[in-house]
Every structure is written in C-alpha cells, then in structure tokens.
Design a protein around this ligand. Structure first.
Ligand SMILES: [Zn+2]
Length: 332
C-alpha cells in the first residue's frame, strides 16, 4: 500500500499566459521521486562545495598570513646575519692592521736591541734578518681616501689567510727576538758586572798627582827607587772612595804604608789605599764602587796628606793611571 502512489501518474500543467498553449507533462510517481532525490542531491552537493570552498579560503588566508610572517622573520634574520658578517669583516680588517702595527713594533724593538748593543759595545752588530716583509710606517694612518669598492668574499678569504700567516710569522719573530734579547740582557749584565769590578774611577776628588807610577827619586833618601802606585795630594780627611765593587781584605797599619786598606775585586784585581787618616770600613766588608771607605791622611812613610793608590793585577803591581778613565760622579 505504501508504494502504491509510485505507480500513479501525475499530470503537470504549465500555463505561460492566457493566449499560449497549456503545456502538460505526465510523470509517474517513480520519476517524481527520482527527480526530487536528484534535486536534493544537487542541493547537498552545492552546500558541501560551498562549505569546503569557504573553509579552504579561510585556510589559504591563514597560510598566506603565516607565510608573510615567516618571510619577514627570514628577511630580518638575513639582515642581522649580514650585519654580523659586515662587523666580522671590519674586525678582520682591524686585526690585519693590528698585525701590521705589531710587525712595526717588532722592527722598532730590533733596532732598539742593535742600538743597545752598540751603546754597550757588545759585539755582534749583525743586523737581524727579518722574515717579515718591509711595510711603510703607520704614522700617517689617519690620512687616506679613494673610491668605495665593496669587498668581495675572495678578498676577505685572502685577508684571513694573510692575517693568519702574518700572526704565525709574528709569533716566530717574537720567539726569536725573545731569545736574542735574553742573550743581550745576559751580555749587558755581564758587562755591568765587569764594569762594577773594574777599578776605573778616581779614588779621590783631587787630581793633583804628586808622584806617578814607576822609577822616581825617593822623597826621603833622594835615591832612585821604584814607586809602586800613584800619589794624589789632598787635604787631611778628604774622602777616599773605593774604585770598584769588592771586599775589604786588609785594614791594617805598618810604618811604611801607615793605615792602609786592600780591596779585592775578583778577576785577579786588587786595589790599595795607603797613608789613611781613618777607616770607614773593616776587614771583610763588601764595598760598592764609589763608596767612601776612608779619610785621607799622612800616616806611615809620608811627607804630607796624600793618597797612595795602587792596583794589583794577578799579583803584580801595575800602573793605575790607565784605569782612571772616569770621574766618580760620571760613572757608577
Ligand atoms: Zn806612594
């Protein structure tokens, strides 16, 4: 009974207007149902399509927004990286310039070392062979100009290689310089020591040499005799200075030398100071070149206030005069 109407026929009439023919068409229940179903399906499809379309356009919008965001972020990152690269390149250029400056400083140090050797008379005026290429002095480094040409990656890589090589060479140069400077320092110290123990200053302020070294007429018996030192006349209690670093090995009296001091300087050298009025040091004292050790007098076999100064080299009395090259105040 339910599907009975499907077999029924339905007549539809379409009346366009009063003067036209009426159009009729007949449809069975089946056809009517199918048509209805078809229309419903079409409607459902249309709705679905509309929904999908609107959803996807929403998604597209969202994706577009996201893409724009990501692109902006990316561009910012790239820009930051570019800034960093530029800074690094600037740092590299500065570093390379610093290497040049250090190089110049090392050259100056070498010149200084040569000057030092010349001044101290240390042999070996050998010019150090530089493994660095000569470069112009950087004194006028602020004066510059020219076109701006952006630097290429290759140029930067080249600069990195050059700078690395330069620092490598600088390291070797510094090591070498350190070695030679240490050697020079040792030589200078040795020289200073030799200078300190060499009796080369005047033992008194007076330069009045009253009797030189060698054969002379004896002031007491007027016969030729050998004078084993030099006499420097002065006043009683004039300061007497030791002529080199050393140790007092004798501080005594006898009737010929009067109050006398002997100072040992090492290296086979000794100095003698005779006819003193007063000692300011005692046996065993360490003395420094130029230090006052006594007061001038006329004790012993003496005709008046003077210092008898003698130099002994390897046990032999020698003429002290050639040693007296410097004044006490000029030389340490
Ligand atoms: Zn004398």
């Amino acid at each position: 009974m339910r599907f009975k109407w499907l077999k029924k026929r339905f007549t539809f009439m379409v009346i366009p207007d009063a003067n036209s023919h009426v159009v009729r068409f007949r449809l069975t229940g089946w056809m009517l149902s199918l048509m209805t179903l078809f229309i419903a399906l079409l409607a459902a499809l249309a709705v679905t399509f509309y929904i999908i379309q609107s959803r996807s356009s929403g998604t597209n919008l969202l994706l577009t927004h996201k893409l724009v965001g990501v692109t902006e972020q990316f561009e910012q990152t790239v820009s930051e990286k570019n800034t960093t690269i530029e800074q690094l390149q600037n740092d590299l250029v500065r570093l390379s310039q610093q290497a040049d400056q250090v190089k110049n400083k090392i050259e100056e140090l070498k010149k200084l070392e040569i000057e030092m050797k010349t001044l101290t008379g240390i042999s070996g005026g050998d010019k150090p062979v530089s493994i660095l290429s000569a470069s112009p002095a950087g004194s006028a480094s602020a004066n510059m100009g020219g076109d701006y040409n952006p630097v290429t990656d290759n140029a930067i890589r080249g600069l990195i290689d050059d700078t690395e090589q330069q620092f490598d060479m600088l390291g070797k140069e510094i090591d070498g310089l350190f070695g030679t400077l240490t050697e020079t320092k040792k030589q200078v110290e040795e020289m200073q020591h030799m200078l300190a123990i060499t009796p080369n200053i005047w033992p008194v302020d007076s330069r009045a040499v009253s009797s030189g070294f060698g054969v002379r007429i004896d002031p007491f018996n007027y016969s030729p005799s050998f004078h084993n030192g030099m006499d420097i006349a002065g006043r009683n209690n004039d300061p007497v200075f030791v002529t080199a670093d050393g140790t007092v090995i004798t501080a005594g009296w006898d009737k010929s030398e009067g109050n006398h001091l002997v100072v040992d300087h090492g290296n086979g050298l000794r100095t003698q100071y005779m006819h003193l009025n007063e000692f300011l040091v005692k046996k065993g004292d360490k003395v420094k070149k130029g230090q006052q050790i006594a007061k001038m007098g006329s004790t012993g076999r003496s005709t008046g206030p003077h210092l008898h100064y003698g130099v002994i080299k390897n046990g032999v009395v020698i003429d002290p005069r050639p040693y007296l090259k410097a004044s006490r105040k000029e030389e340490p």
